[in-house]
Write a protein of this length. Structure first.
Length: 129
């Protein structure tokens, strides 16, 4: 699993990294996904999980409620002429709980992976090991 230097912070590391990768790769493989699609799905799922983990640390911040209130106030006061899409969805942008959104995201990712086109791995570096 090649990783660019700027992506290392968002990747699992340590002695159990291979166990995690193996477990995640086993799920799409058990569902019959081709290897290339399963490996790219792994990348997407790890990125999503890293973003969720980063969000959870933000939620532990002491000023998170103030930031959330400011965002809600801004979204409620949006000018419908300038930002019609934001005005139309309104509270949906802030709806759901901290658990609902990541759970929905994983379901959407997993449900869409089988329908995604096969990745073009022509420029991938050769596997080593």
């Amino acid at each position: 699993m090649p990783v660019r230097a700027d992506e290392r912070a968002a990747r699992p590391s340590g002695t159990h990294e291979l166990d995690l990768v193996e477990a995640i790769l086993g799920l799409p493989a058990a569902g019959g996904l081709p290897q290339a699609r399963a490996s790219w799905a792994l990348d997407l799922l790890l990125r999503f999980a890293a973003a969720a983990a980063e969000q959870s640390t933000r939620q532990q911040s002491t000023d998170v409620e103030d930031l959330w209130d400011a965002l809600a106030t801004t979204l409620r006061g949006v000018c419908a002429d300038r930002h019609p899409h934001i005005a139309a969805v309104g509270g949906e942008l802030l709806g759901g709980t901290g658990r609902n959104r990541p759970a929905w995201g994983f379901q959407a990712l997993l449900g869409g992976i089988p329908a995604a086109p096969e990745p073009d791995t022509a420029d991938a570096p050769p596997a080593t090991g």
